[in-house]
Ligand binder design. Structure first.
Ligand SMILES: *[C@@H]1O[C@H](CO)[C@@H](O)[C@H](O)[C@H]1NC(C)=O
Ligand SMILES: *[C@@H]1O[C@H](CO)[C@@H](O)[C@H](O)[C@H]1NC(C)=O
Ligand SMILES: *[C@@H]1O[C@H](CO)[C@@H](O)[C@H](O)[C@H]1NC(C)=O
Ligand SMILES: *[C@@H]1O[C@H](CO)[C@@H](O)[C@H](O)[C@H]1NC(C)=O
Ligand SMILES: *[C@@H]1O[C@H](CO)[C@@H](O)[C@H](O)[C@H]1NC(C)=O
Ligand SMILES: *[C@@H]1O[C@H](CO)[C@@H](O)[C@H](O)[C@H]1NC(C)=O
Ligand SMILES: *[C@@H]1O[C@H](CO)[C@@H](O)[C@H](O)[C@H]1NC(C)=O
Ligand SMILES: *[C@@H]1O[C@H](CO)[C@@H](O)[C@H](O)[C@H]1NC(C)=O
Length: 911
């Protein structure tokens, strides 16, 4: 094969079998970016200011439009922004030339392509049929008890006087438990529909004043905050006396684009919401997406902002979701509820065994059990079964959990005739799931072992599934542990996400009346409104003020409870990369007399190590107290598989190598006084290649029994050394990156592209095993060989500093789009770069889900034009792919990883 060697050192071939068949690749443009639409931020001190008077002559957006007119830019405005959080507009441009002209307007701070956020999907869902529905957990208030909310309710605290803005799919405000009406005096006193029923994320939104729900998600979220007690399921919201403002941003189906999300956050802010909550997001990895930045600014300006941490726990570390990734927001992870609904199967010669399902399995025969594997293999039925497998149709097939999705296992046994399957647990969270082929469900580890042993002894029991109960609920063996779906951080810029956790599994709440009125759902979507409710209780108890709001995350984190990895007595504490500070405790948060800050200490990586921190302890009691300080380390999370650049998937293994911490044993603080102490960290001495993330808690125990803690998190490696581009054959059995031909096969011969028809276009298949701030595709001369070390580009350094939050990247992209990177003989000075093709900012990493833009991406040069729309002359070329290393300098060429395509011929008739 002809494709070029990667620039970065390639480790010897890996032994793992390919994860995905290369023929499954779908070739298509990125699905999560809306073409030609951008969110523009301007500096209001520059734009809209009269050059004659030096005073504001028009609003900042109007100033932007004037400047765009002067430059003959053709555009349509989709949203307008003015105020504390963001000034500027969202625009649709007609060409990339206009994009360049826009970037040259004085006072334009940043321009971002508009990203789509998918509608939040609950991890599982069941609509309740009535009060006798067997799926209702015994104690629907179990989540309140887990977090001390019941005790605050008993004190009469219900969030009265606090206004909570919910940004979601809409709200059935006619629901009797949600007040039954909309408008002043109602529970939903205000709100707005930004989009209309038919909105999909890419079509034109049709806003109106009525945020009624058609999806169901927002109504469920709203009930967790605000459901009135006295309903048939005896549930109530965490802060059901708070006032709700409902902002609808989803149509009945589809996604929401960033420009709408920003408008919704801005409106919630302008309308005086004390708490703003969003159970919305998708993989982001960085703190910098516009919606994350706007959310963070709202928090900085004194609103409490709670955002779902994400339901992608199976992807492993470094998968933080946006906009939860915003620096000052509270990102909320999910903890399993204390009880779970089950059904019971009848087993001959044995007591009934529970299986985790929201409804009886749709299977009415009584059949003997058949075990596929004689031992507890880790990856039972993950691959198609061998030819000598018997016909499985007369059995209930017993399969062990692990290594691949439940549905794959059931598919593989169904291929051999099975009609029903039971998967026995391997220690993971019990999960209900909805089979899409043959019926199947999860059973407990011990029940699985019993059935396996009986089968091996030649006495397989027969099993049947009663269709009308008995059903019930069992104590959840993973009660209070992190839900397996809860997303791991940290962000690539070393911020801790999630911030903390709350109950999000098996939650009963309101549902649109048209869809059944009440439902059970699971997800960080459910944990997030719980914390929004807790935030309202905090404001009610401590008084509504910007100071309390800004300190809310500290209050919640320092009084939360760290969670172990498992119920085993010798289990390590779970990594803070997935639990943050742990399970929120509303009662302690409100009542502790001791106030500790900050709530989290960010130690960064070893190259940017911040090892010294100061913790403040305020003794709010009326007695002098001595506090005992203790280091409680969490397990160190091994991000990568041993000897590999590939991420570990759930559960990320933990080791007992921990940081050492230098703290005083005790401090004594007089009544009403505040005292500080220093903490000095030394990162654990571990093999940095696995990108280990260490974390833990500095516990502060008062004489009066209060126990608080500050969470810390750091990375025991240099992130700059982390490999970004997958250069292995792990995923497809073909070494990446690679070029694909018109059939989607890896190219083996030199390709000639005419740019006519569907497939005559260069296509590069690649994966990112870590995220990158800048992913760049350039066209280079066919004679280019391995990229060397390249000199810094000739740009004044001040250009990279003068701008705002991520302005330097924008400057860089602008220069690159203009082809100005070529002044010195190329973007890479020793490589003749012919011109830029495409660039992407702040990319998350890929996961192991075999979906385009989730598990891998293809870059297709559909037209023979440079990124600035200039035609590419016919000729012989290569494509250079570069990815900036984490913490790398945009202007330092040696901070990029690079890959060169094989030579190719462009032969277009329009050239
Ligand atoms: C391309 O792939 C298809 C299957 O995806 C295969 O049938 C075909 O033989 C391949 N073509 C070549 C030239 O390898
Ligand atoms: C209903 O909820 C209240 C608290 O809101 C609790 O005290 C009571 O025990 C619950 N009743 C049942 C039947 O669950
Ligand atoms: C960690 O260091 C990098 C490089 O200086 C910086 O960009 C990033 O913001 C730092 N992260 C934190 C949490 O301080
Ligand atoms: C608990 O953990 C210890 C140490 O990791 C292990 O040896 C033991 O088997 C575990 N026990 C259970 C019940 O998982
Ligand atoms: C590449 O090298 C060949 C042989 O040395 C030469 O003929 C050709 O002009 C070169 N191409 C470019 C684009 O420099
Ligand atoms: C577009 O980019 C190409 C290649 O970098 C460059 O040669 C050309 O001058 C640029 N065109 C404009 C209008 O900036
Ligand atoms: C490619 O060109 C066609 C026709 O000129 C145009 O419709 C299409 O939008 C272009 N595609 C891209 C990705 O620029
Ligand atoms: C380019 O295409 C033309 C037909 O459009 C063909 O005659 C010519 O041979 C091609 N050149 C190359 C180098 O493939």
């Amino acid at each position: 094969m002809k494709y070029a060697l990667t620039w970065a050192a390639v480790s010897a071939s890996f032994a793992w079998a390919a994860k995905v068949d290369i023929s499954q690749i779908s070739r298509g443009p990125a699905t999560n970016v809306v073409p030609n639409r951008y969110v523009v931020e301007i500096d209001p001190a520059v734009v809209g200011i009269s050059s004659i008077t030096g005073k504001r002559s028009v609003t900042p957006p109007a100033g932007l439009y004037e400047a765009m007119h002067k430059r003959d830019i053709t555009w349509q405005t989709t949203q307008e922004y003015e105020g504390d959080l963001w000034n500027g507009a969202a625009v649709q441009l007609s060409s990339d030339e206009d994009l360049i002209k826009l970037s040259e307007i004085n006072g334009v701070v940043s321009i971002h392509p508009i990203m789509l956020h998918p509608a939040p999907k609950p991890v599982y869902q069941h609509v309740l049929s009535g009060p006798d529905d067997t799926n209702i957990p015994a104690d629907t208030q179990s989540t309140h008890k887990m977090c001390g909310v019941d005790k605050l309710h008993a004190e009469g605290k219900f969030g009265a006087g606090v206004k909570i803005g919910i940004i979601d799919s809409g709200f059935d405000y006619k629901h009797p438990s949600l007040g039954g009406c909309f408008g002043p005096g109602c529970k939903f006193a205000s709100g707005y529909d930004f989009v209309g029923d038919a909105y999909s994320g890419t079509n034109t939104p049709v806003p109106d004043n009525d945020p009624m729900d058609c999806g169901g998600h927002g109504t469920h979220v709203a009930g967790i905050i605000g459901a009135n007690p006295g309903n048939q399921y005896n549930i109530s919201g965490v802060a059901y006396k708070s006032e709700l403002a409902g902002y609808r941003v989803f149509g009945c189906e589809g996604s929401v684009s960033d420009d709408i999300l920003i408008a919704a956050i801005q409106r919630a802010y302008n309308e005086g919401c004390d708490v703003i909550t969003m159970s919305i997001g998708g993989p982001a990895g960085w703190t910098s997406s516009p919606s994350a930045v706007v959310s963070s600014r709202a928090a900085k300006n004194g609103r409490i902002v709670t955002i779902a941490a994400g339901n992608e726990g199976d992807a492993g570390m470094w998968y933080a979701s946006g906009p939860a990734s915003g620096i000052d927001v509270i990102a909320v992870g999910s903890v399993d509820n204390s009880v779970i609904p089950v059904q019971y199967a009848k087993v001959s010669g044995h007591a009934d065994i529970a299986y985790f399902s929201l409804a009886p399995l749709k299977f009415t025969e009584s059949l003997p059990v058949y075990a596929l594997s004689k031992t507890m293999v880790p990856n039972d039925a993950c691959d198609p079964l061998p030819d000598d497998t018997p016909d499985l149709s007369p059995y209930v097939v017993l399969i062990r959990r692990g290594a691949c999705p439940f549905l794959d296992k059931l598919k593989n046994v169904a291929a051999k005739g099975a009609r029903v399957g039971l998967i026995y647990n391997n220690g993971g969270s019990p999960n209900s799931f909805t089979p899409d082929g043959i019926p199947g469900a999860l059973i407990g580890t011990e029940d699985g072992a019993y059935l396996l042993n009986q089968f091996l002894a030649g006495t397989p029991p027969t099993i049947s599934f009663p269709q009308d109960g008995p059903a019930g609920q069992v104590d959840n063996p993973t009660a209070g542990l992190m839900s397996t779906f809860s997303t791991y951080g940290p962000t690539f810029d070393s911020y801790m996400k999630p911030s903390l956790a709350a109950p999000g599994g098996g939650i009963v709440s309101t549902y649109p009346q048209a869809l059944g009125s009440f439902a059970i759902e699971s997800g960080t979507s459910m944990a997030t409104p719980f914390v929004a409710g807790v935030a309202a209780l905090l404001l009610e108890a401590k008084g509504k003020s910007k100071d309390v709001a800004r300190a809310a995350r500290d209050f919640m984190q320092t009084t939360a409870g760290a969670i172990p990895q498992s119920r085993n007595d010798s289990a390590l504490l779970q990594t803070a990369a997935v639990q943050g500070a742990g399970l929120v405790n509303a009662y302690n948060m409100v009542h502790y007399q001791t106030v500790v800050s900050p709530g989290q200490l960010l130690l960064n990586d070893t190259a940017n190590f911040k090892g010294k921190h100061t913790i403040k302890v305020k003794n709010g009691s009326n007695k002098k107290q001595t506090y005992t300080l203790t280091h409680k380390p969490a397990g160190t999370a091994q991000s990568l598989q041993p000897g590999s650049i590939q991420q570990n998937v759930f559960p990320v293994p933990l080791t007992a190598d921990v940081a050492s911490v230098n703290i005083p044993h005790t401090i004594t603080v007089n009544a009403g006084q505040t005292k500080s102490f220093d903490v000095r960290f030394t990162a654990p001495n571990v093999d940095s290649k696995a990108i280990p993330v260490y974390s833990g808690y500095i516990e502060i125990a008062a004489q009066n029994g209060e126990v608080l803690a500050v969470t810390y998190l750091g990375t025991a490696s240099k992130l700059k050394e982390a490999t970004i581009l997958d250069n292995t054959d792990y995923f497809f059995g073909e070494k990446l990156p690679t070029t694909l031909d018109a059939d989607g096969n890896v190219t083996t011969t030199e390709q000639t592209y005419t740019f006519v028809g569907n497939n005559s276009a260069p296509t590069i298949l690649f994966r990112l095993v870590m995220g990158t701030r800048a992913l760049v595709f350039d066209l280079v001369s066919e004679n280019t060989t391995v990229p060397g070390t390249i000199a810094r580009r000739d740009l004044e350094s001040e250009q990279f500093e003068k701008r705002g939050f991520w302005g330097s990247l924008w400057d860089w992209v602008k220069e690159w789009l203009n082809g100005r990177g070529n002044q010195n003989g190329g973007t890479y000075s020793q490589i003749p770069v012919v011109g830029g093709l495409a660039s992407y900012e702040y990319s998350p990493r890929h996961s192991e889900t075999p979906e385009p833009d989730v598990g891998y991406s293809t870059f297709i040069l559909a037209n023979n034009t440079f990124a600035n729309n200039t035609r590419i002359p016919n000729g012989r070329y290569k494509i250079l792919l570069r990815a900036l290393k984490i913490t790398g300098d945009l202007t330092n060429e040696s901070d990029y990883e690079a890959w060169l395509s094989p030579p190719m011929v462009f032969n277009a008739t329009n050239a």
